[in-house]
Each structure stands twice: as structure tokens, then as C-alpha cells.
Design a binder for this molecule. Structure first.
Ligand code: NAI
Length: 259
């Protein structure tokens, strides 16, 4: 018996990075079906599309749905794909964007773009999946991928931090709302995870220096990998976490443990 035996999950932003890691982790732990929902099919950095990878490596039924999480029609189609694949049990709101910014230069359009993807996308993703989870009467798990910036803030990316802070308190609010229906809602707060969210590395030397500086601050002495976040998500999706809701799980190698 595997941890996610029989479960059907949606992972938004599942084509690349952390979402790809989560989708893969779910499949390795026996998920019956995984719906990969993303604006792009091919992963950043190359390799087979995630749904293809899952089909090649595991017995999981994996499908790709082209989905922009800012569009509610797309979110409906995504959740319906999970319903068709056996009935949704787990919704992972992972799709997100990040960039550094100068607070005094942020335009209303910049602000709206980030909020729309990082906060509104997860809000309506939860609403649309939550409706099904409640109707299906089997309970379920909603996992929101926030950030340590969503707990502590960050002066170099205030809009991102605001979007992730909103996602954190939204997570707690939804846990209060859906507990009676057996739906658990939790947040994961990754620290520095090696993905291409910041674009391609252009200056190898500068990147190596940055890695050295960063990893000195991290008790575990390394960047996180998508698999590290996948482990936390698999736990929260599984029945091992059956009495855990409204919780924040930090996955940062101990970086913020001094706070
Ligand atoms: P990534 O850029 O490697 O992957 C993000 C995926 O989301 C991509 O496949 C992209 O196409 C997709 N996406 C972007 N906008 C979308 C939209 N409107 N609709 C659907 N899909 C969309 O990024 P990464 O690093 O894997 O990030 C995943 C999540 O983890 C994000 O929410 C991010 O804020 C969060 N996070 C990442 C950290 C890191 O260090 N990489 C740290 C803390 C949080």
C-alpha cells in the first residue's frame, strides 16, 4: 500500500520546477491520477512534459490540461479533468511567478499581474476544487504553495510577499470554513529552491558566488530541490496528515529557523 493509493490530484504549474516535482512525487507514491495544469506543456529547462514523464515512469494516469490559473473557465476544465479521472481528492495550488522589484517603481499593472496569478489563481482554484471536494463527500486536501516571504515579508519583492502573505491567511481561513466537510487546507512555505523561476542563469560565476553566500545561511548547507517540497506535499496530501489543517509547513533547510 502506497501513501497516495487511489487518490486523484491536480497540480497547477505542474510543468516545471516545484510543481513538476510534486506531480512526480505523487505518482511515485501511488496516486491513481495526476492532472498537470499549466500555461505551458514543456518544462522550463527541457525534458519530457510532466504528464509524459509520469506515464513513462509510473502506473499513474497522467494528463495535461492547458490552464491559466487567472482564468476561471480554465480552472473549471482542470477540475473536471480530475473528476473524469476518478474524482478529485487533492488540489495543489502551486502556479506562481516571482521577480525582484523596486517598490517605488511598481505599476498597478505589475501589481495586478502578480496578484492575479499568485493569489487570485489559488483563491479560485480552491473555490472550484473545494466545491467538488465538498460535493464528493470524501473529504480531501488543498495545498497552497506559499513562500517564506508569505510569513516574514521581503523588502526586495514586496508585491510577491503580499501575494504570498494573502495566500497564507487565505489558507487558514479556508481551513476554518471547510473543516466540517473533512477538507483539509494547508500551506507549504519553500525557502530557496533551485528552479528556473528567476529565468535562466546568465553569469555562471556570479551564480556560484551567490550559491556560496546563500548556502552559508542555511543550516542544511544547500539549496532545496523540487523533491524536497514534493515530500512535504505528499505528506499533506496523504492520510498521514489526517488531523492537520490550517497549518504552515516551512521547507527551507532551516534558513528561517532563527526567527
Ligand atoms: P517555475 O517557474 O519553475 O514553475 C512555475 C510553473 O508555473 C511554470 O511551469 C509556469 O509555466 C507555471 N505558471 C506560471 N504562471 C501560470 C499561470 N498563470 N497559470 C498556470 N501556470 C502558470 O517556479 P517554481 O520555483 O517551481 O515555483 C512554484 C511555486 O513555488 C510558485 O508559487 C512560487 O512562488 C513558489 N516558491 C518558489 C520558491 C523557489 O525558490 N523556487 C520559493 C518559494 C515559493
Amino acid at each position: 500500500m502506497k501513501l497516495l493509493d487511489g487518490k486523484t490530484a491536480v497540480v497547477t504549474g505542474g510543468s516545471s520546477g516545484i510543481g513538476r516535482g510534486i506531480a512526480r512525487g505523487f505518482a511515485e507514491h501511488g496516486a491513481a491520477a495526476v492532472v498537470v495544469a499549466d500555461v505551458r506543456k514543456d518544462p522550463k529547462g527541457g525534458g519530457p512534459p510532466t504528464h509524459q514523464l509520469l506515464r513513462d515512469e509510473t502506473d499513474t494516469e497522467a494528463v495535461f490540461v492547458e490552464c491559466d490559473v487567472t482564468n476561471q473557465e480554465d480552472l473549471h476544465e482542470t477540475v473536471e479533468a480530475a473528476e473524469a479521472a476518478g474524482g478529485i481528492d487533492v488540489m495543489v495550488n502551486n502556479a506562481g511567478i516571482w521577480h525582484a522589484e523596486d517598490f517605488f517603481e511598481v505599476s498597478e499593472a505589475d501589481y495586478r499581474h502578480m496578484m492575479d496569478i499568485n493569489l487570485k489563481g489559488a483563491y479560485f482554484g480552491s473555490q472550484i476544487a473545494g466545491e467538488r471536494l465538498v460535493e464528493n463527500e470524501g473529504g480531501g486536501s488543498i495545498i497552497n504553495v506559499s513562500s517564506i516571504a508569505g510569513l516574514f515579508g521581503n523588502g526586495d519583492w514586496p508585491t510577491y510577499a503580499a501575494s504570498k502573505g494573502g495566500l497564507t491567511t487565505f489558507t487558514y481561513s479556508l481551513a476554518h470554513k471547510l473543516g466540517d466537510d473533512g477538507v483539509r487546507v494547508n500551506a507549504i512555505h519553500p525557502g530557496g529552491i533551485q528552479t528556473r523561476i528567476g529565468g535562466e542563469v546568465e553569469d555562471e560565476e556570479a551564480a556560484a558566488q551567490q550559491t556560496q553566500q546563500f548556502t552559508r545561511m542555511v543550516p542544511l548547507g544547500r539549496y532545496g530541490q523540487p523533491e524536497d517540497v514534493a515530500g512535504a506535499a505528499t505528506f499533506l496530501a496523504s492520510d498521514l496528515a489526517s488531523y492537520i489543517t490550517g497549518e504552515s509547513l516551512v521547507v527551507d533547510g532551516g534558513w528561517t529557523s532563527w526567527r
